[in-house]
Every structure is written in C-alpha cells, then in structure tokens.
Design a protein around this ligand. Structure first.
Ligand code: SF4
Ligand code: SF4
Length: 280
C-alpha cells in the first residue's frame, strides 16, 4: 500500500535481452513513464521462461507477471523461442485458473527494441489492470494460506504436466491465434485429477537399485539389501522407475485416483536372504 492507502502491486517483468529489453531501455532513454513497481528481469530469450519461474514469482508475493519477447519470426534463436513462450504462457494461464487465480495476472507481449513507447503503454495498461484487481488472492477470494497451498500443489505437478504436454509445448505454428485454444480448462483439470503416483511394492522389491540409478531427481530412497521407497514429495511422476524395474520383479505400480500406501519403517525393509528365510 502507498502512503495514501492506494494498493501498489508487486509486478515482475521477465523480458528478453534482444528485443523487449531494448524496448524497455529505449523507453527509459526517451523518458516515457511507466509504474516504478514493475521490476524487470532480463533473460536471453522469452523461451527460457519456465512455468516454474512464474509459479515461483506468484508464490513469492508477485501480484502479476509480465513476459516480453521479440515479435514472432524476429526471435534471435533458431528454433524460435518466442513460440515456446507463447505455448507455455497459455498452459500457465490454465494452471493458474485451476489454482483459482485470475489468469489476467499473467501477460505476454511482443516488443521490439525500437518500440519504447509500446513498452511504456503496455506497462501502464497492465499496471492499471492489476491495481484494479487488487492483491493476489483478493479478487479471487482466497486467503493467503490457502493461496500458498494451491500454488504449491499445482506447482509440484509442473514437471508431470510438461511431460504430458511436451508436444504442444514444442509446437511452432505460425498461426498465433491457434495457441489460445491449445489447452482447455477441462483437459488441464483432468490431467491434474488423474496425475499418477508411483509406488514400490515391498513384497516384490529385491533392492536391485536399478530404479534408484535411473530416477532423474533422486526420489527413490535406496540402500543395499533394503526394499526401496518412492519419496512422494520429490517424485516428479516421470514413470521412469516403472519401466526400469526388471520384469522379473515388476515391483513398481502406477496408482491413479487413490492414496499411496504408507511406506514401511526402515527396520521392516531389510531383505532376508532365501537361506535365512528357510532357517527361520
Ligand atoms: S516416477 Fe520418476 S521421479 Fe518418481 S520415483 Fe519414479 S523415476 Fe523417480
Ligand atoms: S528396480 Fe524394482 S526391484 Fe529393483 S530396487 Fe527398484 S523397485 Fe526394487
């Protein structure tokens, strides 16, 4: 809040080095005014901005996020990163919607290095819009604890959603209009509802360690002669362990729509050799 009690949003602008940053620079040199509460972060390409960066910004108190890139077909890289940004932002808007957040809080625009006035106009317009909306959560009717939980819960599914929508996220289609319909709220809601969990059957696991070696995020609690466990907090639901577990053990199960059984305590996970089993 300002001294007059007026809401001052916290806004982050993530803008590409080659075009939008040039536009912002020209805007400054030309002394065009725009709200000082918009903080800019320079990245090499708008295509480098990830869903998790946007969720991180909102989780850390941003009321709005702006992404600025080069105009379509002007990207300095090949393949063109601004198509990636376009697809990612459209998916992100659906994820925000799923979390109950107004998708208008995320905006993507193309600004060239020669468009200082356009940069200022967009910033002024976006700033006004967010001032009217109010603090994150307020226009949505969500309190801060619930908001944090929702952002955390949806944010955790980002790697899984990126895998599920890999084809769409890599799409480079010159018809920009089609990106708005690339994802539907229904399919995103369904994907989230049906997000699987991976679980290791303690009766079947023989501690061969194959899954732990292949897991890309070290989400498998692994020790010699101990049945393995998936750390559900760390697991990104890639399914690698399911395919990696040798068929003769088939110890990994994909679970959808049900709670994952709790893990066994460590002292119950030791694998007893056949000789010892027979002797017992
Ligand atoms: S699903 Fe992927 S991330 Fe999760 S435990 Fe298996 S290999 Fe690791
Ligand atoms: S690959 Fe299968 S048998 Fe081997 S440790 Fe993992 S879950 Fe257990």
């Amino acid at each position: 809040m300002s001294a007059e009690g007026k809401f001052t949003p916290k806004m982050i602008g993530i803008i590409c080095n080659w075009c939008c940053y040039g536009g912002a620079d020209l805007c400054g040199v030309s002394r065009f005014q725009y709200p000082t509460y918009i903080r800019l972060v320079r990245v090499m390409c708008s295509g480098r901005v990830d869903l998790k960066h946007i969720f991180l910004a909102f989780s850390n108190g941003a009321d709005a996020v702006f992404i600025g890139g080069c105009h379509i077909n002007d990207c300095h890289y090949n393949p063109e990163g601004n198509y990636d940004a376009l697809s990612m932002v459209n998916l992100c808007k659906k994820l925000l919607e799923h979390a109950g957040i107004n998708p208008k809080r995320l905006r993507l625009e193309w600004v060239s290095a020669g468009e200082g006035i356009r940069f200022a106009n967009i910033m002024n317009e976006f700033g006004r819009e967010i001032e009217e909306l109010g603090p994150l959560g307020k226009s949505e009717g969500i309190d801060s604890t619930e908001l944090k939980l929702r952002l955390e819960k949806t944010g955790k599914l980002i790697p899984y959603l990126k895998l599920a929508k890999m084809k769409e996220l890599a799409l480079h289609n010159h018809d920009q209009g089609m990106y708005a319909n690339l994802y539907t709220s229904e399919e995103v809601d369904r994907l989230i509802r049906e997000a699987p969990s991976y679980w290791i059957d303690q009766e079947k696991c023989r501690a061969c360690m194959t899954c732990a070696k292949r897991c890309p995020v070290d989400a498998i609690i692994s020790a010699k002669q101990q049945t393995h466990i998936v750390d559900q907090e760390k697991c990104i639901k890639c399914g690698t362990c399911l395919t990696a577990c040798p068929p003769k053990f088939s110890a990994v199960t994909k679970i959808t729509g049900k709670e994952v059984p709790p893990p066994l305590p460590e002292d119950k996970r030791t694998i007893v050799g056949k000789d010892k089993e027979n002797a017992a």
